[in-house]
Structure formats: structure tokens, C-alpha cells
Design a protein around this ligand. Structure first.
Ligand SMILES: Nc1ncnc2c1ncn2[C@@H]1O[C@H](COP(=O)(O)OP(=O)(O)OP(=O)(O)O)[C@@H](O)[C@H]1O
Ligand SMILES: [Mg+2]
Length: 316
């Protein structure tokens, strides 16, 4: 039987999908309609942290008007319970990082579809005036058929030059180092070509099974994005065509002027080339059956009863 402590307002929490640094992602059922959603909720100890609330609110502001099959839908931003949360479309699929744990081979036959759909979603986002700024495998959900939903708009920004940047102030840098464009690392004003760079890194990893740059320290990694020559994906995957390897290299150009100038151009270019020299075959298992590693960490487990009882207090 369901206990009151499993509820947050009208939502019954049914499964913890992910325990991240500042948020939990829960699968939940809205009791009155029986609809399933994903709730992205601040961790209990962050529930009053103004910065973290600000990020969640910002994500809502970015995402609430976005309606595209390759972007996750956002339905609500709820603040009246023990911790603020976003109500999202539930997409029962693994993220690309989880799927890539087994290497790139099982995904090869879906690679083109994944690239096209991700690019489509990002093109729409750019058309709506936003840059994602955190394109990485963890932020792409991929189902068994290779359908993609882009998630996590926490640090999305407008490409316009702000007054601060006109006065020479640099933006604080947030995002994931392994996929960050040189101009993002330098804290410069960004445009859609910054996402083109990050997507180039993701496509590299999708085909090579490893990111284009690795480093023994965060600084070494940043240095490589800024200065190291771009590796070619063919070194890691002999089945990738030269056309495709060249396109990825251009997407990852150090200077944005040398990259394809928009997501739309990236999409057209991928449509005009072949990714592989021979057609990859599907694996004999389903992607969703892959072992994804732990959903949560010990710390998160300790928190669960507390989050639940806080929720129960609100229910009473
Ligand atoms: N709508 C959804 N449906 C299903 N799974 C989801 C959904 N949203 C997020 N997830 C899962 O939760 C993970 C974290 O989500 P998200 O990227 O939005 O949060 P985050 O703040 O970046 O978390 P982290 O601190 O772990 O990076 C995703 O990688 C994905 O596995
Ligand atoms: Mg994320």
C-alpha cells in the first residue's frame, strides 16, 4: 500500500531515476489522472539554496515554451512543497553516456538517427533564441529505436551580447569540461556554434567510444580544447567514412568561423554524407537492457526517508 510519505503534493514518487549533484530525478504518477511524469527535484539540503533554485527556475523559463519531438517537454515548476521541482515529460530511456558504457558498437546502427534527431532538436532550440551550452552524452536520452530527447536546459543562454560582456566582463564558466567549446572556456559571449562544437565532441564519442580529449587534470583537459589539434575519429573506428570524420573535425574547429555556421547546416551536411563505409547491424540485445550502473549513491540513499517524511508533512 502507498504511504503518504511517498507523495509530493499530487505526485506519487515511484522510482528514483537519477541522483545528481543538486537534483534527484524521480519517476512519478499524478494520482488523480494516473499520468506518469519525471520530477526533477532539488536535493533536500539544496532546497533553500537560492542559486540552485535560480537554476531550476531558469531551466523552467527556458523550457516552458519549447515544443519539439526531440526536446523533453516541461509542464510545471512547483515550489510549495519541501523542495522545489520541475514536472517533465517522462521518457523511459537511458542517457547516451549510459548506453555508451558498452562501447560504440551496439549503437552504430542507430548513430545516424541519433545525430539527425539531436541536430534537429538543437536547430529548433537555436531558432527559439537559446543556446544549450551543456551538450554532452548525459544530456541526451536515447530509446531502443534511436529516438532522442535533449534534456537539461540549466545553463542555456541567449546568444545576444549582454551589457556586461560589452563592457568586457566575462561570464562565469559552468558546464562540462569534456565537451566545452574554446570560447565557452574563455567565458566569451556565445552563439549557436558553441553547441556545434560540443555536438562535434558528442558525435566523436558516439562513433569512437571515447571523447576526443582526455586529461589527467581538469586544466589539462581545458588546455586541449583550447590548443590541441583535433583527433580524427577514423583512428578509433575504421568503419567511419572520411567525409564524416572531416565534418566532425570542422564542427570541432578551435575558431567558430571555421565550423559549420548553424545547426541547420550541420543537419544538411550529415544528410548528404554517409557515416559508415558499410551498414552497421543491430546488436542481439536491447539498449534498454544494458547495465547502467548505480542509479544513486550512498549519500542519496541516506536522504530518501528524509525527503519522504518532508513530503508527508506537506500532505498532512
Ligand atoms: N524527463 C526525463 N525522463 C527520464 N529520465 C530523465 C528525465 N530527465 C532526466 N532524466 C535522467 O536524469 C539524469 C539527470 O537529469 P538532468 O541532466 O536534467 O539533471 P542534472 O542536474 O544535470 O543532474 P547531474 O547533476 O547528474 O548532471 C539524466 O541524465 C537522465 O538519465
Ligand atoms: Mg545533466
Amino acid at each position: 500500500m502507498t504511504k503518504a510519505r511517498d507523495f509530493v503534493g499530487p505526485y506519487r514518487l515511484t522510482r528514483l531515476i537519477r541522483a545528481g549533484h543538486s537534483c534527484y530525478v524521480w519517476e512519478a504518477v499524478k494520482e488523480d489522472t494516473n499520468e506518469r511524469f519525471a520530477l526533477k527535484m532539488l536535493r533536500t539540503e539544496e532546497a533553500k539554496n537560492r542559486d540552485e533554485i535560480g537554476y531550476l527556475k531558469h531551466e523552467w523559463e527556458v523550457a516552458k515554451e519549447l515544443h519539439h519531438p526531440n526536446l523533453i517537454r516541461f509542464y510545471d515548476f512547483v515550489t510549495q512543497y519541501h523542495a522545489p521541482f520541475l514536472v517533465l515529460e517522462l521518457y523511459s530511456a537511458l542517457n547516451l553516456k549510459q548506453v555508451l558504457r558498452e562501447g560504440p558498437e551496439p549503437l552504430a546502427y542507430l548513430a545516424e538517427k541519433i545525430i539527425h534527431q539531436t541536430t534537429h532538436g538543437l536547430h529548433y532550440l537555436h531558432e527559439r533564441g537559446w543556446i544549450h551550452c551543456d551538450i554532452k552524452p548525459d544530456n541526451l536520452l536515447v530509446n531502443d529505436d534511436g529516438n532522442v530527447k535533449v534534456i537539461d536546459f540549466t545553463i542555456a543562454q541567449r546568444p545576444k551580447r549582454s551589457l556586461l560582456s560589452l563592457l568586457g566582463f566575462k561570464q562565469p564558466v559552468r558546464g562540462t569540461r569534456s565537451y566545452m567549446s574554446p570560447e565557452q572556456i574563455r567565458g566569451e559571449t556565445l552563439d549557436g556554434r558553441s553547441d556545434v562544437y560540443s555536438l562535434g565532441c558528442v558525435v566523436f564519442e558516439l562513433l569512437a567510444g571515447r571523447p576526443p580529449f582526455t586529461g589527467s587534470s581538469p586544466n589539462e583537459l581545458l588546455e586541449k580544447h583550447l590548443r590541441a589539434s583535433v583527433p580524427t575519429v577514423m583512428v578509433y573506428n575504421k568503419d567511419v567514412t572520411k567525409d564524416c570524420a572531416d565534418l566532425i573535425r570542422r564542427m570541432m574547429g578551435k575558431k567558430r568561423e571555421t565550423r559549420p555556421k548553424s545547426m541547420w547546416d550541420v543537419l544538411q551536411e550529415f544528410r548528404n554524407i554517409q557515416v559508415f563505409t558499410k551498414k552497421p547491424q543491430p546488436p542481439d540485445f536491447k539498449l534498454s537492457d544494458l547495465d547502467t550502473g548505480p542509479v544513486t549513491d550512498a549519500d542519496a540513499l541516506k536522504q530518501l526517508p528524509r525527503a519522504g517524511s518532508d513530503a508527508a508533512e506537506n500532505e498532512e
